[in-house]
Design a protein around this ligand. Structure first.
Ligand SMILES: Cc1cc2nc3c(=O)[nH]c(=O)nc-3n(C[C@H](O)[C@H](O)[C@H](O)COP(=O)(O)O)c2cc1C
Length: 333
């Protein structure tokens, strides 16, 4: 593992060596992936929704505690506006607190119903949004410790406004008093230096880690990410106000055709977008089937390798980026 290179409000808040948060992945963020990120010096989040059964969730929490050898790891709580979802999340939150977890990423709807309990437990909370407007409002209204903002390059849900990380990351870092983490399209260490230059305190990286050896998905899916360039993702479901950046494949093209035809009946979309399709594709390696989140940063993923070597590579690239900045600055004489 590389030595610490940067000290920011995020490295201090999370007690981590590198200013990197590992993106939580539905179906894929299990104990193996999360522990590998933590052991590589980052903060990483197990996705509560992946383990719907609370008994199974407790087992995975215990496994993560063992694999990290007592180092802090995090949990992602993706809230929707459906009341049955909030009830499930409350139960999963309680189990995570019992397991000793004190670092949480919230996303989706504002985590209003979860915050009192999180605060009572003295947990660290970073809330993730996709628009500056939502970031400013969350920083003003929610009792949270940090804000993550992702631009339209990101894998998963980029929101509706389609503003890139280069613009909204800087705007958020300048306007928000809380520590800001920026992401969306970040998969190279030189971008980390740029983000810190913007005034961000850290970055979130998702897509670049999809090729980690510790992720359980079939190698054929990882290989697709290795081969993908910056133009191999597709944006779908904007017509349903649920824009999703995913691998461009047969299913996304079918969905795009429905959208182009003006189809508004969700039932027509369901066969392509239901969550168990994703799980099956990860199991079988049939990456042409289902909506598989992947962002433009796939271009930076060039082989399947352990988390630690991905993170070490990012830190080396960041060091090179910093040297470059020092060289051009000192060249002025
Ligand atoms: C396969 C995949 C699954 C994801 N699942 C979730 C999720 O369940 N909850 C969540 O908050 N974000 C999820 N995300 C978003 C990531 O946590 C992270 O914000 C995003 O990947 C960062 O942008 P990048 O992909 O450009 O690095 C997912 C992203 C990917 C690629």
């Amino acid at each position: 593992m590389r030595p610490q290179k940067f000290k920011t409000r995020i490295t201090e808040l999370f007690g981590i060596r590198h200013p990197i948060l590992c993106g939580g992945f539905m179906w894929l963020s299990d104990a193996n992936y999360v522990a590998a990120g933590v052991n590589a010096g980052c903060m990483s989040f197990m996705t509560a929704k992946t383990f719907a059964d609370v008994g199974r969730w407790r087992e995975e929490l215990a496994k993560c505690g063992e694999l990290t050898g007592g180092k802090p790891y995090g949990v992602n709580l993706y809230a929707s506006l459906r009341s049955e979802d909030s009830e499930m999340l409350k139960g999963h939150l309680e189990a995570a607190l019992e397991a000793g977890v004190r670092h949480f990423e919230t996303a989706g709807a504002p985590p209003t119903v979860l915050l009192p309990r999180l605060r009572e437990a003295s947990a660290v909370v970073v809330h993730k949004v996709a628009a500056v407007r939502h970031a400013i409002s969350a920083a003003a209204k929610l009792d949270i410790d940090a804000i993550t903002i992702v631009g339209m390059e990101c894998g998963g849900h980029p929101g509706l406004h389609m503003v890139g990380t280069m613009v909204q990351g800087l705007v958020a870092a300048e306007r928000i008093h809380l520590p800001v983490v920026i992401g969306g399209g970040i998969g190279h260490g030189r971008q980390i230096v740029a983000a810190l230059g913007f005034g961000a305190e850290g970055v979130i990286i998702g897509t670049r880690f999809l090729v980690a050896e510790e992720i359980w998905s079939h190698d054929a899916v990882k290989q697709r990410v290795v081969e993908a360039g910056e133009t191999d993702s597709a944006l779908v479901l904007a017509s349903q106000r649920n824009t999703y950046r995913v691998i461009d494949n047969e299913s996304t093209r079918a969905v795009a055709a429905l959208e182009a035809a003006g189809e508004t009946d969700f039932e027509k979309y369901r066969p392509y977008v239901q969550g168990n399709q994703q799980k099956m594709a990860y199991e079988t390696g049939d990456w042409n089937s289902g909506m598989l989140a992947m962002g433009q940063a796939a271009v930076f993923a060039d082989k399947i390798e352990p988390m630690e070597s991905i993170v070490d590579g990012l830190v080396d690239q960041a060091s090179a980026g910093l040297e470059r900045l020092n060289a051009v600055a000192s060249a002025v004489g």
